[in-house]
Design a protein around this ligand. Structure first.
Ligand SMILES: [Zn+2]
Length: 150
């Protein structure tokens, strides 16, 4: 399902990626699946929540989210009728494609948004979904819309 978010969400992710450059930034995508909406089935993002990168050893090409932070964010999202439906992170001076490390640490069923940062400027942003057999990611669309329809 394509991921849908607003220009504000796009700006929030890009600002975080620029701020943390040359390290990787990471965060949560809060929202829900909209099935059978006027625009078809989509994953609608309602909130972007920056997280701290827990990785001290290699923050330039690895990220790790504190599981406690995930539980807390998911609980807050559920109170709003939403959930954590994905994660975003940046790839400093690298393309917006998942690494082998990303594949080993990802779960099927979540959206993985990667934004490339080239020399401190954000570039392409892409959305990836891990297959159920975890062998590889498939790319899906990102649609940026002004209106959030819930
Ligand atoms: Zn990565």
């Amino acid at each position: 399902m394509p991921l849908k978010f607003t220009p504000v969400h796009d700006t929030t992710i890009r600002a975080h990626a620029t701020r943390d450059y040359p390290n990787e930034c990471c965060g949560f995508l809060v929202g829900k699946a909209l099935v059978g909406s006027a625009e078809g089935d989509t994953m609608m993002i309602t909130r972007v929540v920056p997280a701290a990168n827990q990785r001290d050893d290699s923050p330039r090409n690895r990220f790790e989210i504190d599981p406690g932070e995930l539980v807390k964010t998911d609980r807050a999202a559920r109170a709003e009728g939403m959930g954590v439906i994905g994660f975003y992170h940046s790839h400093p001076d690298a393309p917006a494609r998942p690494s082998e490390f990303d594949r080993e640490h990802a779960w099927p069923g979540y959206c993985y948004v990667i934004v490339s940062v080239q020399s401190g400027q954000t570039a392409e942003m892409r959305n990836w979904l891990l297959r159920d057999d975890r062998v590889r990611f498939d790319e899906d669309e990102i649609a940026i819309r002004y209106e959030t329809v819930i």
